[in-house]
Design a protein around this ligand. Structure first.
Ligand SMILES: *[C@@H]1O[C@H](CO)[C@@H](O)[C@H](O)[C@H]1NC(C)=O
Length: 177
């Protein structure tokens, strides 16, 4: 529950931050429900992510809300990876998979930080590649964890992957896929 509350709080404070509205040239404004329609099979997760956003806004606002949330989820997952690695009782193969996840997540985190920095400055030239790289990193971790689906970590990484796709598909309304 604390986890859900924290996510909702993060979304609310981001909404407050952007309440003045963005002003990037050539970026469409739409309702968040319309924006979420563009995320296809992730529409429901998109709606959960944006439900506290203002009714209509520049799409940049929505992409940034989802991207910042994904970024903070990655940070939580990285902390979990660190604590698993620190426990010292991991079987070797599992440790290798978790080590790889740590590398993949560190890379993905810096890509998503790049999206936030660039998009906040209305620079859209790198966002598509940054999203794609972040998605590839999280997916690579998820694939490495296939033998360990019993771990709560696997569900966490799968949820991170879904949220990454929501952010990517919202960003794609502006920058293309
Ligand atoms: C994930 O990390 C592993 C281990 O460092 C690496 O071999 C792999 O290329 C990474 N995947 C991606 C998509 O960066």
């Amino acid at each position: 529950m604390a986890y859900v509350a924290a996510a909702v709080f993060a979304a609310v404070s981001l909404t407050a931050l952007f309440a003045g509205g963005e002003a990037c040239d050539n970026v469409p404004s739409m309702t968040w429900t319309a924006a979420c329609k563009e995320t296809n099979k992730w529409e429901q997760l998109c709606q959960q992510t944006l439900q506290t956003a203002t009714d209509s806004a520049e799409v940049t606002v929505y992409a940034l809300i989802a991207t910042k949330l994904a970024k903070s989820r990655y940070e939580e997952t990285l902390a979990e990876l660190d604590s698993m690695l620190g426990a010292g009782n991991l079987p070797g193969a599992e440790r290798l998979a978790i080590d790889s996840c740590k590398e993949n997540y560190s890379a993905a985190l810096s890509k998503m930080a790049g999206v936030v920095d660039h998009m906040s400055a209305c620079d859209f030239s790198l966002a598509s590649k940054e999203y794609i790289d972040a998605e590839a990193g999280v997916r690579s971790c998820q694939e490495g964890l296939q033998p360990y689906q019993f771990l709560p970590l696997f569900a966490k990484v799968s949820a991170d992957h879904d949220l990454t796709l929501v952010a990517y598909l919202l960003g794609a309304i502006i920058v293309g896929r």
